[in-house]
Write a protein that binds this ligand. Sequence first.
Ligand SMILES: Nc1ncnc2c1ncn2[C@@H]1O[C@H](COP(=O)(O)OP(=O)(O)OP(=O)(O)O)[C@@H](O)[C@H]1O
Length: 490
Amino acid sequence: MDDLEYPTPVADYGDLDFSFTSCTSAATDRTFVSSSSARTSLARSSLTLSFNESRLSSATATSTVPQVLHHRKWDPHWTAIKAASNLSSDKTLHLRHLKLLRHLGTGNLGRVFLCRLRDYDHADSTFALKVVDHASLPPKKLSHVQTEAEILSLLDHPFLPTLYAHIEVSHYTCLLIDYCPNGDLHTLLIKQPHNHLPVQAVRFFAAEVLASLEYLHALGIVYRDLKPENVLLREDGHIMLSDFDLCFKSDVVPTFEHRRVLHVRPTRKTRRSTNCFLSREREPMEGEEMEAEFVAEPTTAFSKSCVGTHEYLAPELVGGFGHGSGVDWWAFGVFIYELLYGTTPFKGGNKENTLRNIASGNGVRFHVAEGEEEGMKEARDLIECLLVRDPRRRLGCAKGATEIKRHPFFDGINWALLRTYKPPDVYGLRKKPSKTIVSPVGVSFSAHKRRRWWWKGLGHLVKTRNNKKNTHSNGNYYHYVSDKVVRTNK
Ligand SMILES: Nc1ncnc2c1ncn2[C@@H]1O[C@H](COP(=O)(O)OP(=O)(O)OP(=O)(O)O)[C@@H](O)[C@H]1O
């Protein structure tokens, strides 16, 4: 039997207001910068929020519906938003136009709700609403909210969320984005036998992630939080990268470059046949020709803030000496490894050991099984090219996604048509559009969440370790922070 959760009756919280009671369980699963901020956050999250606009100061309410940027003007979601906005005298979308249906999850900054437009009872009027309560956040996190809103407002790509509306009411920031009913890739991964995906499925998801990272980098955005948990799955099985609060933006100068390509006669006519990438007959050809390539890598991007998820941190992040866009290509290597092997390559017994493994300089090791699937050799080679310690030598750092796309692992992909490929047949992935709302998010989403964190580099880690006052009995500062969160909640 398909193990997706089937729809539970959708709760209607009343037509008159947007009241709901939040649950705190997911919030306890987070690691916070400091225990005091954690306490504040947890205390606030046990309150009942109300979105009855009449009770909120209308003087502070602002609503922005991004208008022109979007290339998907025909998208029925936009039509629905416009229809709803037109109902109000100021032609903007307000919270009163939205009906909250259920709580989807709680993140580091706020909560996410499934909602739909009132008076527009149609599948295309379903959205995810991320609600951030400023009053519950320490000042540092407020800047992350701004970053997320700003980055979302720039995006216009099929594998990235569309920001349909940005509503500021009282001390709430509300971001209306696409709803992904198929959960996230990490949840899908742990449903698979041995927690890993077949090579063809990995190729599909990796290709879509690569395309979205390429787009972000072309805008000068360094993502810094790639992991399967942040790859949400749309109703049709394609991906949507989420969570942009750790991004940083820098300058980028996209260029068209020319390179000489030597075409050689392939040894076999057909490369491969798959369910998501149709087999392609290759025309035999030989000779040299010039090929134009789009290069848009923010090579001058530089940040010193150390953020991310332990197992995905690049060595330069662990070292704390500053980093650039290369951290995304390192994380991309870890990501492909995890999808193929069901674990990450530098994972240690605890977070500290994981960081030591990353910093140690020992290369990535693979288990090579006999009779393995076709494509594993190429996958390993790609991972090795991405998990290069020196960012200057790491694949992608010089010319961005363009050079990664050329790797044999992605052979045969027509990048321009990626959006039209049929997603792989993977156990637990329901691809057909459904009229009912299927929400496999919830328990399984939060149960396996890896925490991401802010930290001050390996030097700080070592120093903190020696500071007994701050250390939990297991000697792990980060567990100390985490445990404290749990304890405060008891
Ligand atoms: N567009 C969406 N569609 C469906 N579910 C979503 C969507 N966005 C978020 N969620 C759910 O809400 C949860 C919280 O999301 P949110 O982006 O706030 O935090 P997060 O992914 O945990 O990241 P972080 O806390 O690291 O910022 C997610 O784990 C997911 O379960």
